[in-house]
Design a protein around this ligand. Structure first.
Ligand SMILES: Cc1cc2nc3c(=O)[nH]c(=O)nc-3n(C[C@H](O)[C@H](O)[C@H](O)COP(=O)(O)OP(=O)(O)OC[C@H]3O[C@@H](n4cnc5c(N)ncnc54)[C@H](O)[C@@H]3O)c2cc1C
Length: 567
């Protein structure tokens, strides 16, 4: 079955739903479809715990948008585009109030205003939250509003390709996961909102299984560049065994980190901000402690402790209920009584589809949220700025697409695109010499975690490039063992692996190329930031033979000049 819409949004996380809602508010005549491989409320946005930043000044009365702008630029180690950061932070109070008006149940201060908590790398307490379930509540609020406005949802549809005719948007091709029917979605405008790609670190990641960068890979294959792919954020506190996240809010509420000597070691690395230094710094400090033998040892590997006990049962149950539940279910400990075993975990992709605000280089095609790189987070995102990013740029893209759609001619997706997709899937069944998905997935995760992790060197990164290139070659022989047509999960895993491998090659190649340390990208062999040579965004493009070409583009500066970054 083929479909035609004014706007097709791929992704039903907070970014995609905000875009859908805003498109219909801008022009109620717009026909809007949202395609999602999971049911919308299962998108990774629902896992966001800690909160969303906005300079509302409910807690620190002297907080301002300007301070938020500077924290974000400094946090991103001066790689963020300053015009985009100004837009992000100036829109923050508006979008948070808008979500409040739509019914999002924010936690509140006794005077009834939205409560704000401290978060890493900021000079003021400006993180607005709904206990430790902020993303979950925002996503449900947006989903209700989209249903109310008549957005057409195609749940459990998997994006296969982005289609354009000589740079003009045609739409997308997707497969219905329930029936395996391959369907064309012709659209005057498309917004990609498919979330991040940090799952390429596999079991060293806080991400949902579906954060496999499908939109980024589809954009890359259709000729759009990927920007700043070397910047992967490691969150300091993943649970020791699973990598699942313990929100920064746990430290914001006063939790602290201990090594096996009972020392609050952050005093040696960030004497002023301590555990609330920016994520890159805290994660590196933890990794150093572990590498120097100051971690606790266990069968699941070395770890450190996050102690919340002094906060008391009341605060933990009221403000961090999900953290308690995760600790009990996945580590078998109750943080009211015992410290939580933690270690850094791959968490967020600062890099993604190259956009100017939300617009890609192709006409009618936008990208927003974690799959895009605006860039507002530069080399390191501050906690609480990503939920903000998806709301602000989701809204912008939704409005722009709704205004643009009536001006664009309808260009149907070519039947060849459907045939190509079917041929590719068929080829996975017919391979005689074969590779298995499960084995390759583990090898990819290990190659990335071992050699393109927190501490990087030329030797390690060359190894990562080699290993991922070999896996990409082996992928040509991957075999789809399940030939069924109903919920063929083996097929979707294979498609996701292909996407992750393409992006993993971009991550390791750009990391090898950037011979400096900036934000989340730390090179042991080039431990300093080198603005003369490297104050620029990296770009990856796919060449006609499928290889990755690297180039760069300038950073948009504004009020703030380059400065040393210390906390
Ligand atoms: C555990 C965790 C906690 C976090 N906590 C915070 C926090 O407290 N504050 C903060 O600011 N940020 C936080 N973040 C980051 C933030 O939550 C995410 O960056 C943000 O929610 C991403 O939203 P999104 O709309 O871009 O994508 P997502 O919410 O990831 O949604 C992606 C959507 O794309 C769809 N999709 C993907 N691939 C395909 C495909 N092939 N076909 C069809 N559909 C597809 C999915 O079905 C999904 O609907 C956290 C992240 C994690 C992992």
């Amino acid at each position: 079955m083929d479909h035609t819409f004014d706007l097709v949004i791929v992704g039903a996380g907070g970014g995609g739903l905000m875009a859908a809602l805003e498109a219909l508010r801008t022009n109620p005549q717009t026909s809007v479809a949202v395609i999602s491989k999971v049911y919308p409320t299962r998108s990774h946005t629902s896992a966001a715990q800690g909160g969303v930043n906005a300079a509302l000044a409910n807690k620190d009365k002297d907080d301002t948008v300007e301070l938020h702008v500077f924290d974000t630029i400094k946090g991103g180690d001066y790689l963020a585009d300053q015009d985009a950061v100004e837009y992000l932070c100036s829109q923050a109070p508006l979008v948070v109030r808008e979500l409040e008006n739509l019914g999002a149940p924010f936690s509140r201060f006794p005077d009834g205003t939205i409560a704000q908590r401290p978060f890493g790398g900021t000079v003021k307490d400006r993180c607005c939250y709904c206990a430790d379930k902020t993303g979950h509540t925002l996503l449900h609020t947006l989903f209700e509003q989209c249903l109310r406005r008549g957005v057409k949802f195609f749940n459990e549809y998997f994006l296969l390709s982005l289609e354009h005719d000589d740079g003009e948007c045609q739409g997308v091709v997707a497969i219905n996961m329930r029936s395996s029917a391959i369907e064309a979605f012709s659209a005057r405008t498309v917004i990609l909102a498919t979330g991040g790609h940090a799952k390429m670190y596999w079991n060293r990641s806080s991400n949902a299984a579906g954060n496999t960068g499908d939109g980024q890979a589809a954009a890359f294959r259709s000729g759009i560049s990927l920007k700043d792919m070397e910047f992967i954020q490691f969150h300091p506190t993943g649970l020791r065994k699973s990598g699942l996240l313990v929100t920064e809010a746990a430290r914001g509420e006063g939790g602290y980190l201990l090594n096996r000597h009972g020392e609050r070691f952050m005093a040696r690395y960030a004497p002023q901000k301590m555990e609330l230094g920016p994520r890159d710094l805290v994660a590196r400090s933890m990794e150093t402690e572990i590498l120097e033998g100051n971690g606790f040892t266990s069968a699941a590997g070395s770890y450190l402790e996050l102690d919340l006990r002094h906060l008391g049962a009341g605060t933990i149950k009221k403000k961090l209920p999900q953290i308690r539940e995760l600790s009990m279910n996945f580590e078998g400990i109750d943080p009211i009584e015992e410290p939580i075993p933690v270690r850094p975990t791959a968490h967020y992709s600062m890099g993604g589809i190259d956009v100017n605000m939300a617009q890609t280089a192709l006409c009618g095609i936008y990208a927003i949220g974690e799959c895009a790189c605006v860039s507002v987070h530069g080399a390191n995102r501050l906690g609480g700025n990503s939920l903000l990013d998806i709301l602000v740029f989701g809204k912008l893209a939704g409005r722009e697409a709704a205004l643009e759609a009536p001006r664009r001619a309808s260009r149907p997706v070519s039947p060849h695109a459907l045939k190509n997709a079917a041929a590719e899937i068929k080829s996975y069944i017919s391979h005689k010499r074969y590779e298995r998905y499960g084995i390759m997935r583990e090898e990819m995760g290990k190659a990335m975690a071992d050699n393109a992790g927190i501490y990087r060197t030329e030797v390690k990164l060359r190894q990562a490039v080699e290993d991922i290139s070999t896996l990409r070659d082996r992928f040509r022989h991957i075999r789809l063992f399940d030939t069924g047509t109903v919920y063929n999960t083996n097929l979707f895993q294979i498609l996701e692996l292909k996407n992750m491998l393409d992006l993993a090659l971009c991550v390791s190649m750009t990391s090898l190329e950037r011979q400096e340390s900036r934000g989340a990208h730390y090179r042991d062999d080039f431990p300093r930031r080198n603005d003369n040579a490297w104050h620029k965004h990296s770009l990856c493009t796919q060449s006609s033979d499928g290889d990755v070409k690297l180039c760069s583009t300038a950073v948009t500066m504004g009020k703030y000049g380059l400065e040393a970054r210390s906390y």
